[in-house]
Ligand binder design. Structure first.
Ligand SMILES: C[S@@+](CC[C@H](N)C(=O)[O-])C[C@H]1O[C@@H](n2cnc3c(N)ncnc32)[C@H](O)[C@@H]1O
Length: 208
């Protein structure tokens, strides 16, 4: 598989999919991390990559970045990406909020996918949820004008929180999730549906 040009904060990796970075201070240069400079979409908490690899396969004209904190799950993304010979897929083991706040350049992303983020159901743990008021500001920072945040969850309370924080941020407008996107289901989504658990989705576009 051809390797992309070199971002100075990235070291050579034995995998064409997984990134190794030398600095958690310098922002990445996404165009240099992929074989082709193309619109960039990021999945935060990509799990085993069920959604990411299938969607990346459907859209070779876009680049995809999977962020996941668990190494075992990221290795599955790596295996699937290699098996499918995806040149538009990269993965990095790092904390999601840190990644978008400190490593992604402003205005570098056309879509953020956040599917079934940990719901932290206990009241005292809700401060750990990824999608909150701060997240809407970080999403605004990294998205291009017109870029979209796509959300899915099975947790009714978390869904209310998601819709409230985005409704309160006047720089976003609610939009529909395209059918071709909602048809690509995640691993957790498959499990929820098999157990008859209702799931919810929402999407918000950054105003031009
Ligand atoms: C409930 S799973 C959903 C996985 C996948 N999106 C799906 O729908 O199948 C949540 C995933 O997010 C990852 N995760 C949770 N908090 C994270 C964080 N702060 N940074 C990066 N990954 C995180 C977990 O390790 C887990 O793989």
């Amino acid at each position: 598989m051809p390797q992309p040009a070199v971002d100075p904060s990235v070291v050579p990796s034995s995998s064409p999919v997984l990134l190794k970075i030398t600095s958690i201070i310098d922002r990445l240069e996404p165009a240099q991390l992929f074989v082709r400079p193309q619109p960039l979409e990021v999945e935060l908490g990509s799990g085993d990559g069920s959604f990411l690899v299938n969607y990346a396969k459907l859209h070779p004209e876009r680049n995809f970045f999977g962020i996941e904190r668990l190494l075992g799950r990221l290795r599955k993304v790596d295996r699937k990406g290699r098996r499918m010979q995806l040149q538009n897929l990269r993965g990095l083991r790092i904390e999601s909020a840190y990644f978008i706040e400190y490593l992604l350049p402003a205005g570098s992303v056309t879509a953020l996918h956040i599917y079934f983020p940990d719901p932290w159901p206990k009241r005292k743990h809700r401060k750990n949820r990824l999608i909150n008021e701060t997240f809407t500001r970080l999403a605004h920072q990294v998205l291009q004008p017109g870029g979209v945040v796509y959300l899915r969850t099975d947790d009714a309370d978390y869904f209310s929180q998601m819709t409230e924080v985005f409704a309160a941020n006047a720089t976003f407008v609610p939009v529909e999730t395209p059918i071709e996107l909602s048809e690509v289901v995640t691993d957790f989504e498959k499990t929820f549906h098999a157990r008859g658990i209702f799931t919810r989705r929402a999407a918000y576009a950054k105003k031009p």
